[in-house]
Design a protein around this ligand. Structure first.
Ligand SMILES: [Zn+2]
Length: 233
């Protein structure tokens, strides 16, 4: 496009209007168009930075929706360990977004998000705690609804169609909230769930289950239970 400065200013004005009505994607699109029309036009990178940061803040972390995605806000990969890169992005975004320098609406919000992201990701203790909080459980427990065998699967299998090793029927891999308490010194669980009126047996998947395409993670938490089925009381 060679429409020049006038066209770029027109596009940027639309981008600014859209930002005011919090149409972040639209605002972003027009800021990019303005940048393409006139790369040196002042303001397009500032609008782009606001839109990018606020869009990143709108999208929750996969599997940990209660957390803001500090990595996406600072435009680095999830669980990035490169402190230099994190610092560079923080400085660049901070300069673009500082409310004293950035005259556009929502710059203060975006600046605060970037500052908060930096506070977490630049502090080793906070970063470690955050990484742990967003990583989610590595495995989940599910039960065959036909024969009540229990299985432990890697988290990636959640919601998948699974095949029971005991009764060979297919079932939907839903996570059960928690295992019933293990009876002390006995090879069995207390069974006190209303939804398991007949009791159930416990069974760990063999590593190469023929009926399953999905295998348990090799590093699944060891809970001291053997791979043999266990009868509930
Ligand atoms: Zn079954």
């Amino acid at each position: 496009m060679s429409s020049g400065r006038g066209e770029a200013e027109r596009l940027l004005a639309i981008g600014e209007k859209l930002l005011q009505s919090r149409d972040l994607s639209g605002s972003r699109d027009f800021a990019i168009l303005a940048q393409e029309a006139e790369p040196l036009l002042e303001g397009s990178d500032q609008i782009l930075a606001i839109a990018d940061v606020l869009l990143a803040a709108e999208k929750p972390v996969d599997g940990a929706a209660e957390h803001l995605d500090w990595y996406a806000i600072l435009q680095v990969e999830r669980t990035c360990e490169d402190q230099d890169l994190i610092r560079r992005n923080y400085r660049r975004l901070g300069l673009l977004l500082h409310p004293d320098k950035n005259p556009f609406t929502l710059a203060d919000q975006a600046f605060k998000l970037v500052s908060d992201a930096w506070a977490v990701l630049s502090d080793p203790a906070q970063k470690t705690a955050y990484d742990r909080a967003i990583s989610g459980p590595a495995t989940f427990w599910t039960a065959c609804p036909y024969c009540y065998f229990l299985y432990q699967y890697p988290a990636a299998c959640l919601g998948c169609c699974l095949r029971c090793h005991n009764c060979h029927r297919s079932f939907h891999g839903l996570s059960i909230p928690s295992l019933p308490p293990l009876v002390p010194d006995q090879d069995a669980y207390y069974c006190n769930w209303g939804c398991f009126p007949m009791g159930f047996v416990f069974h760990n998947l063999p590593p190469d289950g023929p009926a399953l395409h999905l295998r348990p993670t090799p590093n699944a938490p060891q809970n001291g239970l053997s791979s043999l089925p266990r009868k509930a009381l």
